[in-house]
Write a protein that binds this ligand. Structure first.
Ligand code: ADP
Ligand code: MG
Length: 175
């Protein structure tokens, strides 16, 4: 196995946390589309969205996804990456797509406990925990469509990594 592994899921589901651990286990590089975006935009995501709007932001995000795509890489993606058909298709065709699925109340707890995340721009301007439920409902079918594997990410990061490695090794047995 050398193809990229993409982690998808809601803000706070653990893509960055789990992605770094997984990359270490696989001896892969780790990339974060949100981090790539910030380099690309040369300003914070919040400021960019305020100035240019979400549509232009999604275009930039698509470009960031293509830029970080590389073999032997774990890619943590932004929560909205699955909104565009071309992003879903690109990930499915170029690598393994893992959805870190987390219950709504667990997400709320994590986001409330992490002030850095609480400050990320929201889609509607409402507090993140309020809009989260609606956003999740809207996106669940898209996460499902995009994913090769759905992982229960309500568990500790180390256990999530084990489950991902198990799913990936099943892939390579059947490939
Ligand atoms: P994402 O990159 O998907 O937005 P992060 O990896 O930044 O999510 O994690 C969001 C917050 O939740 C962080 O404070 C992180 O420490 C915590 N966290 C992530 N994964 C877990 C987990 N499996 N169990 C408990 N807390 C977690
Ligand atoms: Mg992240």
């Amino acid at each position: 196995m050398s193809f990229p592994v993409y982690l998808i899921g809601a803000r706070g589901c653990g893509k960055t946390t789990v992605g770094k651990l997984l990359a270490r286990q696989l001896s892969y590089h780790f990339c974060d589309t949100d981090q790539q975006l910030q380099q690309q935009l040369e300003q914070s995501i919040a400021d960019y969205v305020a100035q240019h709007g979400w549509g232009t932001f999604r275009q930039q995000e698509h470009h960031a996804l293509l830029t970080v795509t590389s073999d032997n890489t774990v890619v943590a993606t932004g929560g909205g990456i699955i909104l565009r058909d071309d992003n879903r298709q690109h990930m499915r065709e170029s690598g393994a797509v893992i959805w870190l699925s987390v219950d709504h109340h667990v997400l709320v707890n994590r986001l409330t406990a992490d002030p850095e995340i609480g400050q990320r721009p929201t889609l509607t301007g409402r507090p993140i925990t309020e809009e989260l439920y609606d956003v999740l409902q809207q996106r669940l079918p898209l996460y499902q469509q995009a994913a090769h594997h759905i992982i229960d990410a309500n568990q500790p990061p180390e256990k999530i990594v084990i489950d991902i490695l198990t799913a990936l090794s099943r892939d390579s047995l059947t490939a």
